[in-house]
Design a protein around this ligand. Structure first.
Ligand code: AVJ
Length: 322
């Protein structure tokens, strides 16, 4: 019964996710400009392609942030105090986490939060094996709807951890809302380590999202292939051109899929007509500087205690105090 229930549970979660995917696909394609949430990039193939992106020469953020984290984690960990609880938003494979876990012996518990239950369980298993003294309390969830760590985490200072400049995927309003709810959930006296990508030359930014090997293009188009696989749609992914554009006014890189010919795509009984040249906006990656990070943090009730900029091509780590 246990196994069956678990299987049913996973199937129920998949069915729920598919309904959400269908709903957001209909809303997104009915919107002008057509738009889809970047959270739908990450099926198994999308996650594999993203891991490949992080190793591309043009895509600097992952390695630049890891180098910066190695530099600042020992210093910032001195503020954790004994029995601290590391709460990571969108934890994925928990690779960056190890840099923080290796920088301190003050952590009593680690609370990885991720939307993918399979990624979460696999990461929790590896972390438990490598850090036997650490309580690992995984939580399946969307980091925009945080729940407080369980009592099992103890009463130590909460340390929010949101690396990878993923906050850049959210609109400014949603980013402030996430930081505000994080502050409420993590509580008075908590800290928050936030990774952001920085404004730099449009050429360097566009190259990072439109690499010469076309891996990012494949990552972008996979969203359409996923819609075909999971929603029974009839997109022709190769009929869409990948585009990465720098939107200076919004200080963000935008990824689009542009129709190279007029077409009609179907979802159940619905038909969507796309004219030649029409785009689907699939992701925004906002680029910050210290002023915009300070304004965002303070709008959410945090104080910016430190802002460290890494080697060029630079990303930054911000330390927020509640
Ligand atoms: C994982 C959301 C931080 O926005 O840079 C990488 C995703 N998109 N290449 C980013 C991404 C295209 C990445 N984040």
């Amino acid at each position: 019964a246990g196994v069956r229930l678990a299987a049913d549970g996973a199937q129920a979660a998949d069915a729920e996710a598919r309904d959400a995917f269908r709903r957001e696909m209909i809303e997104g394609l009915s919107h002008r400009p057509r738009t889809l949430s970047p959270k739908w990039f990450y099926d198994a193939e999308g996650s594999r392609l993203f891991e490949e992106i992080t190793r591309l020469p043009e895509y600097y953020p992952t390695r630049q942030e890891a180098a910066l984290l190695r530099r600042v984690a020992p210093e910032w960990a001195k503020r954790f105090g004994p029995g601290a609880v590391l709460v990571e938003l969108g934890s994925g494979a928990s690779e960056k986490t190890r840099i923080v876990l290796n920088a301190t012996s003050n952590l009593a518990a680690y609370v990885p939060i991720d939307i993918s239950s399979t990624a979460l369980q696999a990461a929790a298993k590896r972390i438990r094996a490598d850090y036997p003294g650490l309580k690992v309390l995984p939580v399946v969830g969307d980091f925009e709807h945080l729940a407080p760590p369980s009592a099992e985490a103890g009463q130590g200072r909460r340390i929010g951890f949101f690396p990878g400049s993923t906050i850049g995927n959210l609109t400014p309003e949603a980013a402030v809302a996430l930081l505000r709810s994080s502050r409420e959930v993590l509580g008075k006296g908590s800290l928050f380590i936030l990774g952001v990508d920085l404004v730099k030359s449009p050429e360097a930014l566009v190259a990072a999202y439109d690499d010469a090997q076309g891996v990012t293009a494949a990552f972008n188009r996979n969203l359409l292939a996923r819609a075909n696989r999971e929603l029974g749609m009839d997109f022709t992914p190769e009929a869409f051109a990948h585009a990465a554009v720098w939107n200076a006014e919004q200080s963000r890189i935008e990824m689009h899929l542009r129709a190279t010919r007029s077409m009609t795509v179907h979802l159940d009984k619905l038909a969507f007509h796309l004219g030649e040249g029409e785009t689907i906006h699939t992701e925004s990656s906002r680029k910050f500087d210290e002023v915009s990070v300070k304004a965002m943090a303070e709008a959410a009730g945090w104080r910016l205690a430190a802002f460290e900029i890494g080697e060029a091509p630079s990303v930054a780590l911000a330390l927020l105090v509640a």
